[in-house]
Structure formats: C-alpha cells, structure tokens
Design a protein around this ligand. Structure first.
Ligand code: GDP
Ligand code: IMO
Ligand code: MG
Length: 434
C-alpha cells in the first residue's frame, strides 16, 4: 500500500490507546506487508485480533498476525502467558486453511509462562463469586497465571513445558497444592493431574520445535537490519499499572511493556503507532466516562459489529474520549495515530468528542487512572457535524467528506499527535495513509 513503508522506516510498535479492540490486528497486518518480523509482548488468549483479506476473515488469540504474510517471522515474547492448547489449535486451524505455521515462521520464548487448568478454574471461580465487584474477565486464566509468575515457586514456564521430567514434577507438586486451594477457597473439583501431565506433555512435544530465545533473536535481527513490528494486545487503559485499575488486565500492555516483554532495550523501537477507534468501546466491567445507552450506541454497535472477538460479549459503546487518549498517547510515546472504524460513524447527524472531565464540580486537569474517580467524572463535550456519505471505498484522505476530515483533524489537535493512518473498513485495502 502506498505510503505504508514510510511508516516502517524503523522498528515500529502498534499499541491500543483505549480499552482494546481498536483494530490492532488489522493495522499490524497492513504494516506487515513491509516488515520482516512481528512480535507479541503481553497478554495471552484474552486477546482477539481480526484480520480480513481477499474477503476472508481470521482471528488470532495468541499467534501474532504476521502469520498471514508469507516470509514473516512471528515471535511470542516472554511477557505473554501461553495457553498451549489454544496456540496449537490456532496453528492447526490456520495451517488447515492453507497458511502454513511452524518453526519456519513461529518462535516462542522459553521464558513465557504457561496457563494451567487450575488458572482458568480460579479465574472463573473468582469472577463468579465476586458479585458486583467482578472485573468481567475473559476467564482465560490470565490473572492467576501472572500471579504465579510473581509467586515464582508455583509457576511453569515454556522451558518446563518442553522438558518432560521437569513438567511432570511441577504439575504434581504445584497441582497438588492448587487442588487443595481450589477445594477450600472455591469448592471446586480437583484437576486430574495425570490427565494434565498427559495432555501438557503432548502439547509440549508439539511446540518444542518452535521454542527459542526470543530476546536473542530480536537482538540478532537488529544487527541484520530486519524490520520488526511489535503487536500490542489489549490497550493502555487496560494496563495493569497505568490503566483504569482494578478494571484492567494483568499485563503491561501499553508500549512500556515491550521491553520487559520481549527482552530488548527501549531504543530498539523509534516509531510507536497508537491505535484509536473513532469512538470508544469497552468489554467487561469498569468506569467508562463517555458511555452511551441510547439508540446511537445501538447503531454503532450493530454497524461496527461490536461484539467481542474472544468471548462474543456485546461491547459497551461511547463517544471518543480525548482526555483518556491524550493520556495514553503521552504514556505510550505515540509518534503517530491510526484512527480506525471511521466508516462506522457515517450517517450520524452529529458526533461528540469528550474534551474535559469535571470531578466533584472541579475540572480535572489530567486523566486519573483510578476507577473510583473515573466512575464519578462528568464529561464536557464538543459537538461536530456528522457526514452522510459511505466512506468505506474512499482511498485518499482528501477525498473524505469535509466533516470527516475535520473530525480527524480535531482529534489530532486534541491529542497533540499526527494521525498517519485512517481505517475505513476491515479489509487491508480500506486504509488511508496520510
Ligand atoms: P484488536 O483486538 O485491536 O485487533 O481488534 P478486534 O479485531 O478485536 O476488533 C476490531 C474489529 O473491527 C474487527 O472485527 C475488525 O475486522 C474490524 N475493523 C478493523 N478496522 C475497521 C474499520 O476501519 N472499519 C470497520 N468497519 N471495521 C474495522
Ligand atoms: P484485544 O487485544 C478488549 C478486558 C476484559 C476484562 C479485563 C480483564 O483483543 O484488544 P482478563 O481476561 O484480561 O483478566 O480480563 O480486560 N480485556 C480486553 N478487552 N480487548 C482485549 O484484547 C482485552 N483483553 C482483556 O474484557 O474487562
Ligand atoms: Mg480484540
């Protein structure tokens, strides 16, 4: 695509600036036409990244979307929590669709942590018992796996998964302890440890040819002058440290997690593309200052097919929040913005942008990553005129209706970062590069 290679003059990161599902998969896929390597650095099978090309739609949860580009190497970094059954299923499904995935285009860090059956049971049980305090997790065992990573002695890494003796010993020791805990705290039935050993030994054997030292590979790629795209998962407002805590995921999913999550130094990445939807969505619980509950929300949800890629849950919908995105663009060091799903707003008579928050009657001068504060803020809106034309076939920014151009330029001004790409549909070609 014209102009895309200009965005990839250096190693580049693609990171979500809202609460996920901004279209990171699509933008990484577009960029990857000109890249050599794609690397995931955070999260696990709680992510769902969709790509569409030649009229076909694919979604990945653990595999980087570079698998859809022949010749591109895909890396799963140490910051990821790996559900081995999910990645093996993805490998098999995508290979069966005629796109081979194997050691030639996929490497997994031996340092990544493994999601075990007890993590998923604990995640589900905690959510079910939390009542009104539930986070609304994907129940994929993400939080409990990262908790074990920090506990250390109860963690299992990919290096253990591919070593039968180590795996057997750890599953027996950790699983026995965990079964006691599941019974006492969650009244859950025990995990069958023999069956788990059997299943994970098989999964380990399948994945072993792809297990590698991802940090070392990345450092070697830099010496060889290869172009790397870091595929962010989730988004900055779901970052465990900087997001809308406690309604966040359990990883460092802003751009700050790239370095610890793959094993490269900060100067490795010079271009950071922040992905922002033209409105806001969020799945699960937590504060959402610009949330809408009216007909507009319904229209946007249906037009944008705003249903979770991982869990199928309807996504909550709201206006674009420039206060939140200014914060996440700053935090992520965004050097440019890709605005996605602009086509979904066509046909609205007016469109609002949140340009300020008031908290207990006083203006808040900066975003506050605190769920208690955010649940009380009142938004100040600017109203812009909408446009009626279908823009999904437009292929140049200056051919968009003037109202659509104004909308993008106003957001650019509010964020203080140039918008380098505008996406007007899910297909690769429906992307305008400025
Ligand atoms: P991700 O998690 O950030 O990769 O995003 P998801 O794939 O979960 O959700 C984004 C959804 O929007 C997917 O169904 C994409 O196919 C779709 N999509 C991406 N960009 C556009 C766009 O510009 N317009 C429309 N209409 N859909 C888009
Ligand atoms: P992608 O990469 C949207 C949300 C969940 C829940 C919270 C915690 O597709 O943008 P978890 O299972 O991670 O413990 O759930 O985080 N969440 C996402 N929402 N897109 C995602 O990923 C998400 N990953 C996690 O809905 O509210
Ligand atoms: Mg998604």
């Amino acid at each position: 695509m014209v102009g895309v290679n200009r965005l990839l003059e250096t190693n580049t990161a693609v990171v979500g600036l809202q609460w996920g599902d901004e279209g990171k998969g699509k933008i990484v896929d577009v960029l990857t036409e000109h890249a050599d390597v794609v690397a995931r650095y955070c999260g696990g099978a709680n992510a769902g990244h969709s790509v569409r090309f030649n009229g076909k739609k694919f979604a990945t949860h653990l595999l980087p979307v570079g698998v859809f580009r022949p010749g591109v190497m895909n890396l799963v970094g140490n910051g990821v929590v790996l559900d081995p059954a999910v990645i093996v299923r993805e490998i098999d499904e995508i290979s069966a669709a005629g796109i081979p995935v194997g050691p030639g285009n996929l490497r997994i860090s031996y340092k990544a942590h493994v999601v075990m059956p007890w993590h998923k049971i604990e995640d589900g049980a905690r959510e079910s018992n939390a009542g009104g305090e539930a986070i609304g997790t994907t129940r994929r065992g993400i939080g409990p796996t990262y908790a074990d990573k920090m506990h250390r002695s109860t963690a299992i890494r990919v290096a253990d998964l591919v070593d039968p003796a180590r795996l057997t010993e750890k599953v027996r020791r950790i699983g026995t302890e965990r079964n006691r805990m599941l019974a006492v705290l969650h009244q859950a039935s025990p995990v069958d440890l023999d069956a788990t050993i059997d299943e994970y030994l098989k999964l380990g054997a399948r994945l072993a040819p792809m297990v590698d030292d991802v940090g070392k590979l990345l450092l070697d790629y830099r010496k060889a002058g290869k172009k790397v795209v870091f595929e962010g998962a989730h988004a900055a407002l779901l970052d465990v440290d900087h997001g809308t805590y406690p309604y966040v995921t359990s990883s460092s999913c802003s751009s700050l997690g790239i370095f610890s999550g793959t094993g490269v130094p900060p100067q490795y990445v010079q271009s950071i593309i922040g992905i922002a939807k033209s409105y806001s969505t969020r799945v699960g619980g937590g504060p959402f200052p610009t949330e809408l509950h009216d007909q507009t929300a319904h229209t946007i949800r249906e037009r944008g097919r705003e249903y979770g890629t991982t869990t199928g849950r309807p996504r909550r919908i709201g206006w674009f929040d420039a206060v939140a995105c200014r914060y996440t663009a700053d935090l992520s060091g965004a050097t440019s913005i890709a605005m996605t799903l602009l086509d979904v707003l066509s046909g609205l008579s007016e469109i609002k942008i949140c340009v300020g928050y008031k908290y207990r009657g006083q203006p808040l001068d900066y975003f506050r990553a605190d769920a208690e504060v955010l649940s009380e803020v009142e938004c100040a809106y600017e109203t812009l005129q909408g446009w009626q034309a279908d823009i999904s076939l437009t292929n140049r920014f200056d051919q968009l209706p003037s109202e659509a151009q104004k909308y993008v330029k106003r957001i650019e001004e509010l964020l203080g970062v140039p918008v380098s790409m505008v996406s007007v549909g899910p297909e690769r070609a429906q992307t305008l590069v400025r």
